[in-house]
Design a protein around this ligand. Structure first.
Ligand code: E4P
Length: 215
């Protein structure tokens, strides 16, 4: 399973990319708002850091407006993936963009049927939100399993990005379920690195080394 980072914070992106573990970035209007900066400026900076798919979301609600926004965003860099909300208008925009060869990421997916529709409309990626499903007492990872089964059974080329990841257990579960990608917040990437036995092991190795280093 590939890993993307889910943030619009360029320092976090730079740091995570330097670890060699991420190969793409997802943003959304809330993440952009958190940075309090100009959208296009942030996107331009991200594409200069990461050589991989960078999702930037449209905010229009009608297909023609979404397509217009998508064309402007795509002009920034060939790695831009247009993030489109899962609505009827979003599906129309996805179809038009697919015909133009523009990559899309249909977001706010909460059911297998929504994922199937997005794939049929020509989405490059679908983003099922596991954390937000867990929040309402539904099983987010079960949704990933269902979408993996359906996409495999019908050989659909659309890739699944497990999104709304809240903790490292989500990442392991998404990988075991067969998700192609998980988009992971910076904090969770850092949590994934850590293990108390690793820390204890390093401490002990260094202590032992101190006893012989001058011999
Ligand atoms: C996905 O691409 C979204 O940006 C993100 O994963 C949403 O996560 P949240 O539910 O933690 O806001």
């Amino acid at each position: 399973m590939k890993l993307f980072i889910d943030t619009a914070n360029v320092e976090e992106i730079r740091e995570a990319y330097s670890l060699g573990v991420i190969c793409g970035v997802t943003t959304n209007p809330s993440l952009i708002a958190k940075e309090g900066r100009n959208f296009a400026e942030v996107v331009r900076e991200i594409v200069s850091i990461v050589d991989g798919p960078i999702s930037a979301e449209v905010v229009g609600t009608e297909a023609p407006v979404m397509v217009e926004e998508a064309l402007e965003l795509s002009a920034i860099h060939p790695n831009i993936v247009i993030k489109i909300p899962m609505t009827a208008e979003g599906l129309k925009a996805t179809k038009i963009l697919a015909e133009k060869g523009i990559h899309t990421n249909v977001t706010l997916i909460f059911s297998a049927n929504q994922a199937l529709l997005a794939a049929r409309a020509g989405a490059t990626y679908v983003s099922p939100f596991v954390g937000r499903l867990d929040d309402i007492s539904q099983d987010g990872i079960e949704l990933i399993c269902d979408i993996v089964d359906i996409f495999d059974r019908y050989a659909l080329a659309t890739e699944i990005i497990t999104a709304s990841v809240r903790h490292p257990v989500h990442v392991t579960a998404a990988a075991k379920a067969g998700s192609h990608i998980a988009t992971v917040p910076y904090k969770v990437i850092m949590q994934m690195i850590k293990h108390p036995l690793t820390d204890a092991g390093i401490k002990k190795f260094l202590e032992d080394w101190e006893t012989v280093k001058n011999k």
